[in-house]
Design a protein around this ligand. Sequence first.
Ligand SMILES: Cc1ncc(C[n+]2csc(CCOP(=O)(O)OP(=O)(O)O)c2C)c(N)n1
Length: 647
Amino acid sequence: MSLLKNIHSPADLKRLSPEQFPELCQEIREQILAVVSNVGGHLASNLGVVELTVALQYLLDSPKDKIVWDTSNQAYTHKLLTGRREQFHTLRQYGGLSGFCKREESVYDTFNAGHAGTGVSAAFGMVEAREQRGEKHKVVCVVGDGAMTAGMTLEGLHHAGGTNKDFIVVLNDNQMSISRNVGAISAYLNRTFTGEFYARMREETGQLLRKIPHIGLEVQKIARRAEELAKGAILPGLLFEELGFQYAGPIDGHNFEHLLPTLENVLKMKGPVLLHVITKKGLGYQAAMDNPVWFHACPPFVRETGVPAKKAVRPSYTSMAVDALIKVARQDKRVVAITAAMCEGTGLNAFEKEFPDRIYDVGIAEQHAVTFAAGMAAQGMKPVVALYSTFLQRAYDQVVHDVATQNLPVTFCIDRGGLVAEDGTTHHGAFDFAFLRHVPNMVVAAPKDENELQHMIKTCVSFDGPASVRYARGVSLGVPMDPEPTALPIGKGELLREGTDVAIVAIGVTVWPAMKAAERLAQEGISAAVVNARFAKPLDSELILKTAKNVRCLVTVEEGCKMGGFGSAVLETLSEAGLMLRTKVLGLPDWYIEQGPQDLLRERYGLTADGIYNSVKTLFGAGVVADDAARLASLVGSLPHGDEQGS
Ligand SMILES: Cc1ncc(C[n+]2csc(CCOP(=O)(O)OP(=O)(O)O)c2C)c(N)n1
């Protein structure tokens, strides 16, 4: 008889006795493994928090009490216990459950996340909202040791610790970010339960006490016990105590005999409290315990062997970018690479192999990564910051204020530009063209394929100012590669195809689909020019205007948001030149893009060859500009008015 099947909400969990929890946890792990091996996902982190989640849901009164999951990549058990077991098989799929917490999905999801380090701030906001509203409930934030390296987590602790408000932070310490955690805080936490410090302290105390005749052994035992307590009560917590939190722990996050009574006590404590829980990533699945890095966020895999279900047919853009970077770094000793806890994701582990002394993992600290790069650049280095587009959002001011105002030669390798698929809303790289192209001094490049990518990496690194190159998630196209990366002329696009009816001006991964669309249009007698813009900034205005002058309409294509993006740049250029022609911007709309396979999303947003073909055809078939002017004039009278109506 399954225990999990009978849990439809935390109320059902409360009907079980704690003796049944180990069996329940086994069922949960089985369920997570069955689904994630099929659809992919954040396996290792989730297997590590099964007991912790059960204990929290058992002791808290959610949704009245609020549980905030930082990053929320570890919320699968939470989903299974809060009424989503039957949909769990749809995890991360189009129209299915999100891999992260989503308020739209459940009242038990208190805060949407996907980026690390937001939990403490959001949860403390809930604490103060509770106080303002005169409510009485508990607020618990679960934050990983990786997210502890994020500046915002420390900002949140700093704020909360300066108050005496009731607030519980559970530090879920598995000693891993995606890969092994880095930095001083991580080293500090590590010392708390494995460190030499304790071994030495125990040894020294023991030696001292053994020297005292008769009572030595007895006292030594008592001292050991005192030391165990001290271990939890004094030293590991010092940092948090100094930040105004009462510290409890560290405790074993897989042992209900530790978890339940400690949590029960902590929940009764007044003021800000931090409970330090030690967990193991991947617990219950040997392959994930052996390789928690790969299983942090894995594609579908074969359960029996732990190997990927599908083999990649070609190298990814990520690995091609890093191959090029390695070549460039061989020629220029000033080149160093910087990652914010994403050594594997950005492919920089390959760079690290060749240049172990020229790579910096700064933790989940994108803001610091960018300003740190600026500092290095100010002293004559050529730093390359490799970040996912979505995570660069966090360092916008650092790009503007610390890099670009000083025109410093920092290269941004922007990985996962565009649609990223299953991670969905929080992870799509939709905004980088828009938030970089208005930054003075910044070069914004995007290659049409991996060969151009290698040249753009060289271009950016050779440039004496801030430059970015954005590339897509997924496998490269398999185009022939030039033997060496060579710098391209900055601000120059290429005319891939001449045309006299329409112009398609595309950038990045949309260029080849645009070419395909042009071929199809040609078969129907429509002559389409195709421009590969290469740079969203500086834009090749000359080429665009020259091409636009010969055609009746123009379509821009990008895998990024339409508002303020590459297409907007082209429209601005046409407008500056006073060139009036029928235009259309293809890209992502003004809403958050859902999760789903890249191909499906590209189709949905009209960015495939067929989508581009359809848009061009509709635009071209809709008449000429003079007709439009008449149509507009007739529409004006019938347009709805704004707020002033009736006044
Ligand atoms: C701002 C930001 N940068 C990078 C990431 C990528 N990322 C996802 S999970 C993760 C590690 C989180 O480690 P930890 O907080 O310890 O949680 P765990 O997964 O170990 O439970 C990273 C770096 C992210 N989600 N957000």
